[in-house]
Design a protein around this ligand. Structure first.
Ligand code: NAD
Length: 486
């Protein structure tokens, strides 16, 4: 297995990297200080990583799946054993507060639990299709696969793909976000400790050029991507133009439809948690609240709850200075366009952490669907409230978004909940749940411009993406004779 590490000297001697390779600085979003380095992969480094994955493929893919899962059983135990350290690493490089970072590692553990169930759920299908003739379907790995990850979940998103793809017999080249590459280095070390053979899991660091090299590489059979819609489109087009299988998860603009009969306390705390958790940097974060009819009491309570979300204690920083500037620009432009700022997170500071990229929770009322803040992904702790008189109007606003990751409805009426769940144009729908992430064995994944490609990235649906089916038709019975098919 090829790994990189946070220390430049260790990196220079890491497999496959040129000791003169340029290094990429990794910053703490809470302080702005440099906390580590990783080497940038050259095209030759990408070739070397793919070659290692290709060399490891025959032995790894020919192991029975029951043997392959043993590595992930041990990896899961190591994630649990090292949870404090992995949590701290996520906080250091991504900025998440401790409880959010820990939840991310716990989710990685759950992802492993699903992966180790694969022998139970991927057993082959067999049927006697005519007298003496048997048809059987086997699932084979796709080959060397690439996995490209975003900055917002340095531990969990890599683990969306690592356990399932590897258990299903593939070997992998992972390209973590250049903003948060350190967690994956540690995951690689734990995989090695768990007994994963060399070459099955490989890391290449860098940005656009490295992703392009992976999309173009003739020995890579499949590319999975998680990130913004803009880049998801680029990667999907490039990988499929090179005749590869691709699954590209994009950005989001999640609408929460709030009806006047919603439970005030539950809705208010849940919506604030959705818009401000992980500093709003989740593809499942609440972005637009569509307030249907008289909902002022709920909005008022939301503002009270959000005032208790405090940068530096219950709210982490956003990822970069550019992200902070972008988020604050959206707020300023919305205000100039006529939105009412109920709670203003611009200019937030944290004592002793002056260099950090802080944005406080922000709630804007009377946003109109035409405003930029109602249409584009902000990716910060900002909620735009759009008012509408009825559910049809709310659904029209939700349906008009080109994205389709998640949508939620808050109501005490089962009938209204059912209606919204049916008509929302989103792959994941919540009823009184602001972050409706499907847990294993269910698959994660949006619709429309939030996902390109067929299949799912996690859960049962991922089996289709990480394998190819072989159909074997067999006849051993001479007496069966010949019919119109065989
Ligand atoms: P991003 O698209 O900027 O980067 C994602 C990856 O693409 C990184 O590894 C980056 O190095 C690479 N990349 C960047 N520009 C590239 C280019 N021009 N060509 C090729 N590769 C390039 O995303 P991000 O800012 O790291 O992450 C945040 C985004 O990810 C948000 O839009 C969020 O909604 C989305 N996201 C989506 C999901 C989902 O499941 N739908 C999950 C998590 C995050």
């Amino acid at each position: 297995m090829s790994t990189t590490s946070a220390s430049p000297s260790a990196l220079a001697s890491g497999d496959g990297y040129d000791s003169d390779a340029p290094f990429l600085d990794v910053y703490s979003p809470a302080s702005g200080a440099v906390i580590g380095h990783v080497p940038v992969a050259s095209t030759a480094d990408v070739d070397a990583a793919v070659a290692r994955a290709k060399a490891a493929l025959p032995a790894w893919s020919s192991l029975p799946i029951k043997e392959r899962v043993q590595v992930i059983f041990r990896y899961r135990a190591l994630l649990e054993q090292h949870i404090d350290e992995l949590t701290a690493l996520v906080t250091q490089e991504n900025g998440k507060i401790e409880s959010e970072a820990r939840a991310e590692v716990l989710k990685s553990i759950e992802l492993c639990e699903f992966a180790v169930s694969m022998p139970q759920i991927t057993s082959n299908e067999v049927l006697e299709v005519s007298r003496g003739v048997e048809c059987r379907i086997e699932r084979h790995p796709v080959g060397v696969v690439a996995s490209i990850a975003p900055f917002n979940f340095p531990n969990m998103v890599p683990n969306w793909t690592i356990p399932n793809a590897i258990v299903l017999g593939n070997t992998m080249v992972m390209k973590p976000s250049e903003l948060v590459p350190l967690s994956v280095v540690r995951l690689a070390e734990l995989l090695r400790e768990a007994g994963l053979p060399d070459g099955v899991f490989n890391i290449v660091n860098g940005g656009r050029e490295v992703v392009e090299a992976l999309c173009d590489h003739p020995d890579i059979a499949a590319v999975s991507f998680v990130g913004s819609t803009k880049v998801a489109q680029i990667v999907y087009r490039r990988a499929t133009a090179n005749l590869k299988r691709a699954l590209c998860m994009g950005g989001a603009k999640n609408h929460l439809i709030v009806l006047p009969d919603a439970d005030r306390e539950m809705a208010a705390s849940n919506i604030v948690a959705s818009m401000s958790g992980c500093a709003g940097q989740r593809c499942m974060a609440a972005s637009v609240m569509v307030a249907v009819g008289p909902t002022d009491a709920i909005i008022q309570r939301m503002v009270e709850v959000a005032k208790n979300v405090v940068p530096g204690s219950t709210l982490g920083p956003v990822i970069t200075a550019e992200a902070k500037a972008r988020i604050e620009r959206y707020i300023t432009e919305a205000e100039a366009a006529g939105a009412t700022v109920l709670l203003d997170g611009r200019g937030a500071t944290v004592e002793g952490q002056d260099g950090g990229f802080w944005v406080g929770p922000t709630i804007l009322d009377h946003v109109t669907p035409e405003m930029k803040i109602a249409q584009e992904e902000v990716f910060g702790p900002v909620l735009a409230i759009v008012r509408t008189p009825d559910v049809d109007g709310a659904l029209a606003i939700e349906n008009a978004s080109p994205y389709g990751n998640a949508a939620s409805v808050y109501t005490e009426s089962g009938g209204m909940a059912r209606l919204v769940a049916e008509r929302a144009s989103a792959g994941m729908v919540g009823v009184n749940v602001g972050v409706p992430v499907p847990r294993e064995p269910f698959s994660f994944g949006g619709w429309n411009d939030s996902k390109y490609g067929v299949g799912e990235i996690t859960g049962r649906g991922s089996i289709e993406f990480w394998t190819q089916a072989k159909k074997i038709t067999t006849k051993w019975n001479q007496d069966a004779g010949t019919n119109w098919m065989s």
